[in-house]
Design a protein around this ligand. Structure first.
Ligand code: AMP
Length: 419
């Protein structure tokens, strides 16, 4: 009787070799794009105090209301698996006094995130994001640069049919007044609204713009738009962000109904979607969060950032193919006895210390099978360790020579000329 099989939790998946190499390539491109623009890598813990998200992300957001994996640890502390990256980065910014550094402080990450969502293609309970945050400046050029970098990443990843939607949420005051105006509009048309929209008039009226319900949509067409209510400063900021994006040749559409799932955004917000994806069409998004650092106990510090979903980029893009790691030397054993194994293992260590990509026979194969295995791995050289001698085979030239064990690594390093 075999033991019952244990499977990965619902909504999670294993990254196997083939996908892993596409991810490595994606990470290399993200690093090159972001570090060339002055972003530095940051990694924050997988779990944080629950309060960080309850305060930072906003208690009326879906994330905080129902999607967090929260638990109490053995010491009775309320902890949460991070559902997003911005609040943790801002927490780290405050905790490490990064406001003393020259501004803007630019940070990027590639990490896994956790949300208790209904799992489907492109939507998982553990997923990865690459993200970038710039803290300490409200210059519209920070917004435009940040968006342009996300756009370059998507382009480099070959993500197809990308659209960029852009809007401004203005200041919290403008948004507060606008919310009241919108609530009044929704209440006046309450009978035509879908029940889930009606239910959330009080805590999240902006969500009504996301509804797919036809009657709700027609109510929303005549609803007041936040973009028409921006105060002059925010209006000018938004106009400048748009002008700079045009200057950078980044195409966008202004979408006054764009709402983001997180409460901390103000002024610029944006979202990249790909028509190559199904229902879960968002590939990335972000915006400005000028009050978040202060809300988390830091000095007043404006911020701007985004995150792009790794799985969605891979689904909608042409994942770069990374070549498999080369095998420069395969150490084969004529016989599987202790003396030969120890000699082979010594040789393997010597080869690795010399910087060679080396592997050794580990599965008890016959010599003939070891040679075909080495061939399948694409090994450049095979050394056959025998009791009395060592034989080096050049797999490309099809030649072999017998030599002293301590001359093998040197011969491989010198290449074919040694044979
Ligand atoms: P958000 O923080 O919700 O704006 O998400 C930013 C990006 O992360 C989205 O555009 C998606 O590409 C990706 N993403 C968000 N949630 C999930 C999920 N549950 N599974 C996979 N990717 C996700």
């Amino acid at each position: 009787m075999s033991a019952p099989q244990i499977q990965a939790p619902r909504g999670t998946y294993d990254v196997l070799a083939q996908q892993a190499s596409a991810r490595v390539a994606l990470e290399a491109r993200a690093r090159s794009i972001l570090e060339s623009a002055g972003y530095e890598r940051i990694e924050t813990p997988t779990f944080e105090a629950t309060e960080l998200f309850a305060r930072g992300v906003g208690s009326s957001t879906d994330i905080v209301r129902k999607e967090m994996f929260s638990f109490e640890d053995a010491g009775g502390r309320a902890l949460t698996l991070r559902p997003e990256g911005t609040a943790p980065v801002c927490r780290a910014f405050v905790e490490h006094g990064m406001h003393k550094r020259s501004k803007p402080v630019k940070l990027w990450y590639l990490s896994s995130f956790f949300r208790h969502e209904r799992a489907q293609k492109g939507r998982y309970r553990q997923f990865w994001q690459v993200g970038a945050e710039a803290l300490g400046s409200d210059d519209p050029a920070v917004d435009a640069e940040s968006i342009a970098l996300a756009s370059s990443l998507l382009a480099e990843m070959g993500v197809r049919a990308v659209r960029l939607r852009l809007s401004s949420l203005g200041s919290p005051e403008t948004r507060g007044a606008y919310r009241e105006e919108l609530k009044a509009h929704l209440r006046a048309h309450e009978d035509s609204l879908a029940p889930e929209v009606r239910e959330r008039i009080e805590d999240n009226p902006l969500r009504a713009f996301d509804s797919a319900d036809p009657a709700t949509r027609s109510v929303m067409e005549s609803a007041p738009k936040l973009l028409d209510r921006l105060d002059p400063d925010d209006g000018a900021h938004f106009a400048e962000v748009r002008a700079l994006l045009t200057e950078a040749r980044v195409d966008y559409e202004v979408d006054p109904t764009l709402v983001r799932g997180l409460d901390y955004y103000m002024r610029t917000v944006f979202e990249f979607t790909s028509d190559a994806l199904g229902a879960q069409s968002g590939v990335g998004g972000g915006g400005r969060y000028d009050a978040l650092v202060q809300e988390l106990g830091g000095p007043p510090t404006p911020g701007m950032g985004w995150a792009c979903g790794i799985e969605r980029m891979l689904l909608a893009g042409e994942p770069p193919v990374a070549a498999p790691a080369p095998v420069e030397l395969f150490v084969a054993l004529e016989h599987h006895d202790e003396v030969t194994r120890r000699a082979a293992f010594g040789l393997l260590g010597e080869a690795r210390r010399a910087g060679l990509a080396a592997q050794m026979e580990l599965a008890g194969r016959s010599l003939k099978r070891q040679l075909s295995h080495a061939d399948a791995l694409g090994a450049r050289y095979v050394v056959i360790v025998e009791q009395q001698q060592t034989v080096l085979k050049d797999m490309q030239a099809g030649q072999q020579t017998s030599l002293a064990a301590d001359a093998v690594v040197h011969a491989v390093l010198r290449g074919q000329h040694a044979l």
